[in-house]
Design a protein around this ligand. Structure first.
Ligand code: AVJ
Length: 315
């Protein structure tokens, strides 16, 4: 079959994030959406985090995919349309190309610049796969255009990125995936609840990469807003919320300070927190229930020997 290579960067990212960022900063409990962690430096810092021995999710997921690839291929089927949500450097999806042999690969990410380079690289290595990259903030709404192949769609949502969302948002996204899979399915990686010491080591690592990743959100916000956050006036804080089964990331003000930008300012008292990220941890039961509520009738689950992480195919 003749391959038509298309490279398409959608315009959905051209709108301004200023109102959204302002609303979070001006709220009584300040917050910044975790999607602003992934500017070009932040995306590279996250890639470095995944190489840390303490950051277990990425390698555990990789091991599960490797160990059970035959069963996963049986479940998903070969030759379909692979839609990668939060593709990043596209390396995870690429590791599935040999086994799943997709005819189309659609890479979607918030950070379109990062994606663009990754795809250009991949296209030369896999000329038989049609590739498209789309810049989209699917945390707001997931819309897969009719132009995307509707044959055997498999959404790939690895890395427990679903953990960023609170329950209602996760349910909404999973329903949108189910509806646009058109009878296909979802291959998703989900982090499981575990001991505090393992979570703390992963999210407050001794090399301070996670601290740099978290603090960099202030520079990312400065770039969008023209604000004057100073990174050295804050520190990275990690909390484990047991009742809500999640790791919570914050930036704590080290002194009384004021941040200003066009037409606005916000004061922070010493010790005041800016919330930047949730990383929800599921149990097998809770993720099954969520997927079933989203409309997925069949759920197949693979885990590692420690039950740290789960890879799930739902349809
Ligand atoms: C990409 C959202 C899955 O929650 O583990 C890593 C992001 N934050 N270290 C996670 C992250 C701090 C990561 N996710």
């Amino acid at each position: 079959m003749q391959s038509t290579k298309t490279l398409e960067v959608s315009a959905t990212l051209s709108h301004s994030f200023v109102p959204e960022i302002e609303m979070g900063l001006l709220a009584q409990s300040a917050s910044i959406s975790p999607k602003f962690l992934y500017d070009p430096l932040g995306s590279n810092l996250f890639a470095a985090i995944t190489l840390l021995p303490e950051y277990y999710p990425t390698k555990t997921e990789k091991n599960i995919l490797f160990e059970y690839i035959d069963q996963i291929v049986d479940a998903v089927g070969v030759g379909g349309t692979l839609i990668d949500l939060g593709a990043g450097n596209c390396l995870k999806a690429e590791s599935l190309f040999a086994a799943l042999k997709p005819c189309d690969y659609i890479a979607i990410d918030f950070s379109a610049d990062f994606l663009h380079d990754a795809i250009r690289n991949l296209e030369t290595q896999y000329p038989q796969i049609r590739m498209q990259c789309i810049g989209m903030d699917f945390s707001k709404q997931l819309i897969i255009s009719d132009a995307v192949n509707n044959v055997q769609r498999t959404f790939f949502y690895p890395g427990s990125s679903i953990g960023n969302f609170i329950g209602s948002q996760a349910l909404k996204l999973l329903r949108q995936i189910k509806n646009q899979a058109l009878g296909g399915g979802l291959l998703i990686g989900v982090d499981l609840m575990k001991e505090d010491s393992i979570l703390m080591a992963a999210y407050d690592d001794p090399l301070k990469l996670t601290s740099a990743f978290n603090l960099n959100i202030l520079r990312s916000v400065n770039a969008h807003l023209g604000s004057d956050f100073q990174v050295n006036q804050f520190r990275h804080v990690v909390k484990i919320n047991h009742p809500l089964k999640r790791v919570e990331l914050y930036l704590e003000a080290l002194e009384d300070l004021t941040v200003s930008w066009l037409g606005h300012s916000r004061t922070f008292k010493k010790g005041e927190l800016i919330h930047t990220e949730y990383s929800h941890k599921y149990t097998i039961e809770s993720i099954k229930e969520l997927l079933e509520n989203a409309g997925f009738a069949s759920v197949q689950i693979w885990t590692d020997p420690n039950d740290y992480f789960a890879v799930i195919y739902a349809r």
